[in-house]
Ligand binder design. Structure first.
Ligand code: FO1
Length: 323
């Protein structure tokens, strides 16, 4: 990040998927100066649909940080209308994935710019600047690394599993196609090697579907682990249930215990610290016994102050780990 918008003071890197992660990214953006926060975002969910390049997690983070997000769904834009989808349905088009009238614009423009040779990093940064977003929003990679969900009904592209099949098929495995040949996006690669990054926060996103794609890029896991900045993750499992989405169902199908402890095990030696919800206070000792430092917090983010408070807890935890 040297010489870039994040040069200078202490920096924070947030590693993030879609809706749940974006909430903590928003909290962090309220307590960290914009030019010191980088949000590295999963792109394993990306796909081409109706000829358009869809980047759900990038858009969720972009809309959330710009105040444009739909508060009910967490994805898409607030005040959305659906005339395009109604017309598409009338014509017998594919209507299982909803692109709202307002949301269409970012897709049309991103696709045009990608087809003209710009990278996803450039387009994402351009949109963030246009929407006056302070933090840097950075795709994990500029290469396409589609997440494939292996199920009892066969392999499914991520959005086919998640939206079209409503996460119903039983999951037997997950893979990230092409990850072995991919590299981190330029800004992410620089941050991985930047000693002025002082905190690395893994947001409470789905560890398997949102964070693992980022860790699957060669060199990323090792660079995070070896980075001087403490790596702190927030558990997305609270009281044996996922705060949002299919994490708990998927863990059960993969024969994992649905618990914060299991998430800590999954991240393993990557973590310096792990934030557990207060509801799970009883399991703090067993997590701590794995060797990771722990902290309890109110991690279910319903209000703006919940998001800010969790961000503050995460940053003070990092500070304590550094001292
Ligand atoms: N999620 C849904 O459950 N149904 C949809 O129709 C849908 C449309 C959609 C359009 C644009 C976008 O950026 C996201 C959209 N999502 C939709 C959310 C998204 O597919 C998932 O939440 C993420 O990929 C998981 O992080």
């Amino acid at each position: 990040m040297s010489g870039g918008p994040m040069s200078g003071a202490k920096k924070v890197m947030a590693i993030c998927g879609g809706v749940g992660g974006a909430k903590l990214a928003l909290g962090l953006s309220k307590v960290v100066p914009g030019d010191q926060l980088m949000v590295v975002t999963n792109t394993g969910d990306d796909f081409r649909h109706l000829g358009l390049h869809v980047s759900p997690d990038i858009d969720t983070v972009t809309y959330t940080l710009s105040g444009l997000a739909n508060p009910e769904t967490g994805w898409g834009r607030e005040g959305e209308t659906w005339q395009f989808m109604d017309s598409l349905r009338q014509l017998g088009g594919e209507d299982w994935f909803s692109l709202g009238d307002k949301d269409l614009a970012i897709h049309v423009e991103r696709t045009r710019r990608l087809d003209a040779g710009e990278t996803l990093s450039q387009i994402t940064a351009g949109n963030a600047a246009t929407l006056d977003i302070g933090p840097q929003i950075v795709p994990m990679s500029d290469s396409h690394i589609p997440t494939i969900v292996e199920t009892e009904n066969g392999d499914l592209a991520f959005q086919h599993y998640f939206v079209r099949e409503r996460c119903e098929p039983v999951v037997t495995g997950i893979r990230f196609a092409g990850a072995a040949d991919a590299s981190p996006s330029p800004a992410f690669a620089r941050a991985l090697d930047d000693p002025s990054v002082e905190a690395i926060i893994i947001c409470p996103s789905n560890p398997f579907l949102s964070v693992d794609p980022i860790l699957a890029i060669p060199g990323v896991r090792a660079a995070l682990k070896n980075h001087d900045a403490p790596v702190v993750a927030v558990s997305p499992i609270v009281g044996g249930e996922a705060i949002k989405g299919p994490t708990a169902k998927m863990m059960a199908e993969l024969n994992m215990e649905v618990s914060a402890l299991q998430v800590a095990h999954h991240y393993g030696d990557l973590l310096d610290g792990f934030i557990i919800d207060e509801t799970d206070a009883a399991s703090e000792a067993v997590v701590a016994a794995t060797g990771v430092a722990t902290r309890l917090a109110q991690s279910v983010m319903q209000t703006e102050s919940d998001r800010t408070e969790l961000a503050q807890v995460a940053l003070s935890f990092v500070k304590d780990l550094r001292s």
